[in-house]
Design a protein around this ligand. Sequence first.
Ligand code: PMP
Length: 387
Amino acid sequence: MRKTLLFLPGPVAVAESVLAAMARPLENHRGPEFAARLTRVADRLKPMFGTTGPVVLLGSSGTGGMEAAVASMFSPGDTLLACPIGVFGRRFAEIARALGCTVEVLDTPAGAALDPAALAARLEADTGKRIAGVLLTHNETSTGVQNDMSAYVAALREHGAISVVDSVSGFGASRFRMDEWGYDVVVTASQKALAAPPGMAMVALGARAIARLEASTCPRFYFDLKKALEFSKIGQTPWTPPISLVYALDAALDRYEASGVDAVVERHALYARAIRAAFEALGFTIFSRPGAHSVTVVAAAPPAGVDPGKLLDELRVERGIILSGGQAELAGKIVRMGTMGDISETDILGAIGAIEIALLDADAPVHLGSGVQAALRELIGKVGAPA
Ligand code: PMP
């Protein structure tokens, strides 16, 4: 079988130790060994969320975590302010609409981060406190944009609405300080910076969120954080959990902790800088605006005349390098390269080299080696520097 390397912004390349952990024989999901493991995994996730409050694990992808959060916090007819900066933020709004909430949207230009002043103005204008909740995206995977989550805290606190954050593709790759910042619910998933396979959502609940679990009346059964929280207290999930994925998550956390959070955060930022530098040197146009760049995914339009779809096909078929294309209105316009997962600097250099060859094959005016050199300059800091 041909060797391939995933540079998707999730699912990501998963380390062998994490894959191997899934081959362990199954345990009783209502027995003491598994309870200890589930509790340990949840406890190890807490510092990553920046919380001392509970973290519940759900057998679902990230979207299930988002649905559970909205359904468990709000009631039909509640007005929510959605602040999308791309496809996944719009999905958050759709979930809330589907559950019967009234959704108002604060729009942001594509490629930009949510403007803290715009959020503050919208919340200040809500003098009657109609807005019950605010839906935010930490890192928007479709546009390669990352919001500075510390920047919205003052306005949210002032208004008092419940804040629900999608940190599916931000969590673990940059610091999140849930308690310090005062976010109420934060959702993530296993297949991004945690570098485990897809299939688990993790939801952290603040004190105000826990209090609201009693009052919210959105229809829900499977995705019910109240039930999940009750069962988490005895090291269980309400429904049969994906046991093997919990093993994988445990092993992925071993790797995360062995590196240490500082090194992991620095690595993602470094990889993102290296990829952006290489793309720019090769004539790509970075989609995210300066100051709004994501550390987990670089979204960029290829040089004029190069079809993104053909570029992705050539990379996949000829080189075994798997990147993503654009979503929704960006389909056929951009490519997206992730920094998460078990990928090394050498892997990145190889992928950039492969992109150079694919550009050459597409007759793009490329100076061979310029992308690799730009990436190297970021990665090791000295290559190509004047003597
Ligand atoms: N939000 C963001 C920011 C994401 O990147 C994703 C996955 N790409 C999701 C939500 C949805 O997660 P899932 O695909 O795991 O349901």
